[in-house]
Design a binder for this molecule. Structure first.
Ligand SMILES: Cc1cc2nc3c(=O)[nH]c(=O)nc-3n(C[C@H](O)[C@H](O)[C@H](O)COP(=O)(O)OP(=O)(O)OC[C@H]3O[C@@H](n4cnc5c(N)ncnc54)[C@H](O)[C@@H]3O)c2cc1C
Length: 404
């Protein structure tokens, strides 16, 4: 006889990123038992070479129901600049990269830049994360319980599973199959890395805007992003910035091979050299020893209603809707999903059927995820072509929710 989850609900969360941790905090607040697993070890979790900042804007309205008040009151500790005031800026300034003229502001609701690492650290306070646990598979057994399998052979049983394991989600593979879970590449490549400038250049970059700026080159369609990533003190030479350069593959000569660091540096510097100040100086400042990772923009084009096994297995955040990053929505949607998943579990404890609760959650997550993947894709493609920049979603919608 299948066990009734509403009578005895133990939630398994895979992935201790922002969405998984916010669910853990919300379940803890609601006294619903859970276990949260994270692939990284407790030390690599702190020292990941790939870290970046994210713009938190409308998503901040989804924190209060899950976070305990003492953590919510410390949200500024997750900011790239913990001293940032709530009204530091009204939106993201967008520039013509060739002339340096501002062409628009991408409006946003109370935007702030948060550090992924600092946000994880804040949200994991008081949560017992089981580190070093790489989920490799999951299924619902005959008795109705979910069994999650980890890379070291450990098997863990729970009543429900929520996959918060990011864009390349293994839980998504278990739910819809490896082929249907696959990502679709967009022909836009990305260099995304942190960097410190000498004090004068750091001040000039922040002079564009205290948080962030986007600059688009009319000739090459290159998008040059600069934002503040980590501030530890007053000395501008110690400030860490995030540099994100994204460009259409079609603008590279067919023989281009970006597999070497030397080739990436040469491309970065040649693109920066076509820019006005201060972007040109940023290109000149880059040390040849700085590692430049290469990524491809991608999203889940095959997203469709998934079989949640009567509510026992579902997805949240990037696992449910991996997005291209140019509209700054992924974190915000992930927080909204996390709040909604906690609300669904609370409703189950209060007597609602598990299937009904998770069906309702899935429907919302899929609808808004598919909508935003489409809007973000349009944004990614439009801003890399000067002819369509002013028709891109940022011109009309800013960073607001797509449904608005
Ligand atoms: C360059 C760039 C810029 C961005 N800028 C913004 C922005 O400005 N604003 C915004 O809203 N969003 C932005 N995003 C998107 C944002 O980073 C993501 O949407 C957000 O981090 C998603 O959170 P998450 O909790 O779903 O996943 P993640 O934060 O990716 O967390 C997933 C966790 O799962 C763990 N994990 C993965 N696989 C396994 C496994 N098999 N077993 C166990 N654990 C596993 C990972 O180690 C990780 O800790 C940006 C993304 C990029 C790439």
């Amino acid at each position: 006889m299948p066990r009734t989850a509403s009578k005895n609900l133990h939630v398994l969360i895979v992935g201790a990123g922002t969405s998984g941790l916010l669910i853990a905090q919300g379940l803890k607040k609601a006294s619903i038992p859970f276990t949260i697993f994270e692939h990284e070890s407790s030390s690599t979790y702190q020292s990941r070479p790939r870290e970046w900042g994210m713009t938190l804007h409308w998503g901040s309205s989804h924190l209060a129901s899950c976070l305990p008040p003492h953590l919510l009151a410390r949200l500024n500790e997750a900011y790239a600049d913990p001293t940032q005031s709530a009204d530091a800026t009204t939106g993201l300034p967008v520039f013509n990269g060739e002339t340096g003229e501002q062409i628009m502001e991408m409006g946003a609701q109370g935007p702030c830049r948060v550090s992924r690492r600092k946000m994880r650290n804040l949200f994991s306070e008081g949560i017992n994360v089981r580190y070093g646990m790489e989920m490799v598979g999951a299924e619902v057994r005959g008795d109705g319980r979910v069994e999650v399998v980890f890379g070291d052979g450990t098997r863990v049983l729970g009543d429900v599973l929520v996959g918060c394991d990011g864009a390349k989600s293994k839980v998504r593979e278990s739910v819809v199959g490896v082929e249907d879970a696959g990502l679709t590449d967009v022909p836009i490549s990305m260099f995304n890395f942190p960097y410190k400038f000498e004090a004068g250049l750091a001040v000039r970059v922040r002079g564009l805007n205290p948080l962030f700026s986007m600059s688009i080159h009319p000739e090459s369609g290159t998008m040059f992003w600069l934002s503040i990533q980590d501030i530890l003190g007053d000395d501008p030479a110690t400030w860490t910035f995030q540099i994100l350069l994204t460009f259409p593959d079609a603008t590279l000569p067919p023989s281009t091979d970006l597999s070497t660091q030397a080739a990436r540096h040469a491309l970065f510097q040649s693109r920066a050299a076509t820019y006005a100040e201060p972007w040109r100086s940023v290109g000149l400042a880059l040390s040849p020893s700085t590692p430049i990772p290469l990524d491809r923009a991608s999203y889940w084009s095959r997203a469709a209603a998934w079989d949640n096994r009567s509510g026992r297995m579902t997805l949240c955040g990037d696992a449910a809707h991996p997005l291209t990053p140019h509209r700054g929505q992924g974190l915000n949607l992930a927080l909204q999903d996390a709040e909604a998943y906690v609300a669904a579990m609370k409703s189950v404890v209060d007597g609602k059927g598990l299937k009904e609760a998770v069906d309702g959650y899935d429907k919302m997550v899929l609808e808004r995820g598919v909508r935003e993947m489409g809007v973000s894709l349009k944004q990614t493609l439009d801003i890399h072509d000067w002819g369509t920049v002013m028709e891109s979603p940022m011109a009309k919608l800013g960073m607001r929710r797509a449904e608005e």
